[in-house]
Design a protein around this ligand. Structure first.
Ligand code: M6R
Length: 614
């Protein structure tokens, strides 16, 4: 959701903060702001509706001096996107400034009490309530900022990552987190702060990932102090972050999304590195070795996830059930957490999340853990909250994903789920040696096959141009291709704002067929597998109603090419690995349609990369 950056040291803070905000802009982008303690010890707040570039323009004639500052990109929750509701927020006296990611759930009660005590508010946000409360406590109890923050956080219900500046203590930043991520970067006599490590890696590779309930006090020349609300010292383990600048920049591509689509062959190789041996005869996942007992004794597996990660889970279900013969349920994390689920000892819960910060998935993990389930995480962002809350897991290692539409994370998740099913099936003896070897070899060959599909980019761009008129799209697939249909539809709707639905192909005749006419493009995944004939009949049904068919077919298919309006040929692979190939043209199509429609591909309206509120 919102992005947080902070700097305190001896350099000019503004350029560091703005660069950091640009790296975090994928998190939230309806408004941006910065607070700086100037050379003359003034606390200046500048903020505006719009993007980071708008903030830069707004600050062009302002005093942006100072070596201490905090900055923010907002994704509105309380109050419309506007300059007034943008962060940072001043306290009433303007001595304090705060930035915040998360939601203060009891803000209305707190605000009412503060107003009864004469505090005047400027914005509609829950965030302003917190800074006003801190100042109120500071004044009433005559305490320093740290103590006031501790007392205030004690009264707050909700999720937060916050950073505060105090004009009267200008060489200090105080930051705190609960359920929203915060990372402190440690330099020479300087500290950096970020919602993730991307604004920090340019300056230092030493970071501390704050834990829930941690409050960090950053003052140059002093060690990082980490305490809790009771002022108990907390463990602050310094970790080395493995992230380089190339991974978080566009590298010549017009958008992060296109870069990330094209990175997939390399990313998947990295994902398999050290896990599949060079002969392609064995898969090793350290989590399966270390927790073999818990995993092979699973009565059932429940996969919890949201959005694209949930689609990857649907593929994982089929893979695990086929290869391990363990029943698998796939749940939306947001539903699972609120419906008193039957889960407990003997269950394995697999949480899938690119960001590792999705609030609903994290809550589902905590709930399942409380009830005694064994938790396995499949995440991308190293050191994020979900991997830290799980018993074990496997990172997908596809590098930072910046485009809001998830692409390489999806194929990385499917790759890890495939390796998990293979490794587990192998130790359980539920997969035959021949199947095991052919899937491992098939998986190893996937990066090259994706490269082949990427060569179709220009053709898919041309084809996409002819479909920008459409107001609706239908995506159909069966078996392993059904989740691909869902994923293709999600990609299109989130970045082009065209309404799209994914369906199991056979369900079409139970309703969606009523929608089909000459204005309705239908994308059908119709590769040569066991259900080919049935999908072929579906295509005939669509054509009989004058629908326009875009078919994804196996190379050399000359039956569907005679029927469909557009055909995209895919290289052959095993049926269970087809999602890794068939998803690529759908990602490209969504991308090109959105570009043709002039949409903001990397930062689509109303969305955020990391959904840290429920
Ligand atoms: O970080 P997560 O994988 O937990 O995120 C889950 C969803 O919010 C995410 O996949 C979302 O649906 C994407 N925008 C899809 O492209």
């Amino acid at each position: 959701m919102c992005g947080i950056v902070g700097y305190i040291g001896n350099r000019e803070a503004f350029p560091i903060l703005v660069k950091g905000l640009k790296r975090l802009e994928y998190r939230g982008y309806d408004s941006a702001g910065v607070a700086l303690i100037s050379e003359g010890n003034n606390l200046n707040v500048y903020k505006t509706k719009g993007k980071v570039a708008d903030l830069e323009a707004y600050c062009a004639d302002k005093d942006i001096t100072g070596s201490v500052g905090i900055a923010h990109t907002r994704w509105a929750t309380h109050g419309e996107p506007s300059s007034v509701n943008a962060h940072p927020h001043y306290s009433e006296s303007k001595n304090l400034a705060i930035i915040h990611n998360g939601i203060i759930e009891n803000y209305a009660d707190l605000k009412k009490k503060l107003q009864e005590n004469g505090v005047v508010f400027r914005s509609d946000t829950d965030t302003e309530v917190l800074v006003q409360l801190v100042e109120y406590i500071q004044n009433k109890k005559e305490v320093d900022l740290l103590t006031a923050v501790q007392v205030a956080l004690h009264q707050v219900i909700g999720a937060y990552a916050v950073a505060l500046l105090d004009k009267n203590n200008p060489r200090q930043i105080i930051a705190a987190r609960k359920q929203s991520p915060l990372v402190v970067g440690i330099g020479e006599n300087e500290f950096f702060l970020g919602s993730d490590a991307s604004p920090i890696v340019e300056y230092t590779d030493k970071v501390v990932y704050l834990e829930d309930g941690n409050i960090a006090v950053m003052a140059p020349g002093e060690e990082l102090k980490v305490v809790d609300v009771f002022n108990e010292k907390q463990n602050a383990e310094v970790k080395k972050v493995n992230l380089n600048l190339g991974q978080i920049e566009k590298g010549g591509y017009p958008h992060f999304m296109l870069k990330e689509i094209f990175e997939q062959p390399e990313c998947l190789k990295t994902c398999m590195l050290g896990r599949i041996n060079s002969e392609g005869s064995h898969v090793t996942l350290s989590a399966v070795l270390d927790y073999r007992k818990q995993l092979i004794s699973a009565k059932r597996i429940i996969i919890v996830a949201c959005g694209t990660s949930w689609h990857a889970g649907l593929i994982g279900k089929q893979m695990i059930e086929n290869l391990c013969r363990i029943p698998v349920e796939v749940e939306y994390a947001s539903e699972f957490r609120y419906r008193n689920p039957v889960v407990g000892t003997g269950d394995v819960v697999i949480a899938i999340s690119q960001s590792g910060e999705t609030a609903d998935t994290l809550a589902a993990v905590k709930l399942a853990k409380e009830k005694g389930a064994f938790i396995y995480g499949i995440c991308n962002a190293v050191g994020s909250s979900i991997p830290r809350a799980t018993d074990t897991g496997s990172y997908i290692h596809v590098g930072p994903e910046i485009g809001v539409a998830s692409t390489k994370a999806f194929t990385g998740q499917v790759t890890v789920l495939t390796m998990l099913a293979l490794a587990l099936g192998n130790v359980m003896g539920t997969v035959s040696h021949d199947d095991y070897i052919s899937i491992v070899k098939g998986l190893q060959a996937i990066p090259d096959k994706i490269r082949e599909v990427l060569k179709l980019n220009e053709r898919i761009a041309d084809l996409s141009r002819t479909f920008t008129y459409a107001r609706n799209f239908l995506y159909l697939g069966r078996g392993f291709s059904y989740p691909v249909a869902l994923e293709g539809a999600l990609k299109l709707k989130e970045i082009s704002y065209i309404h799209a639905e994914g369906y199991p192909a056979a369900e079409m005749k139970h309703g969606p067929i009523a929608l089909i006419d000459s204005d309705m493009p239908v994308v059908v995944i119709a590769t040569h597998n066991d259900l080919y004939e049935k999908v072929l009949s579906n295509i005939q049904e669509i054509k009989a109603r004058k629908g326009r068919v875009i078919a994804l077919v196996s190379k050399g298919d000359d039956t569907i090419s005679k029927l469909a309006d557009e055909v995209i040929e895919l290289p052959d692979t095993l049926e269970c690995l087809e999602p890794l190939i068939a998803t690529i043209p759908l990602q490209l199509m969504a991308y090109h349609v959105a570009v043709c429609k002039g949409k903001d591909v990397d930062q689509p309206r109303n969305l955020a990369k990391s959904v840290t509120v429920e």
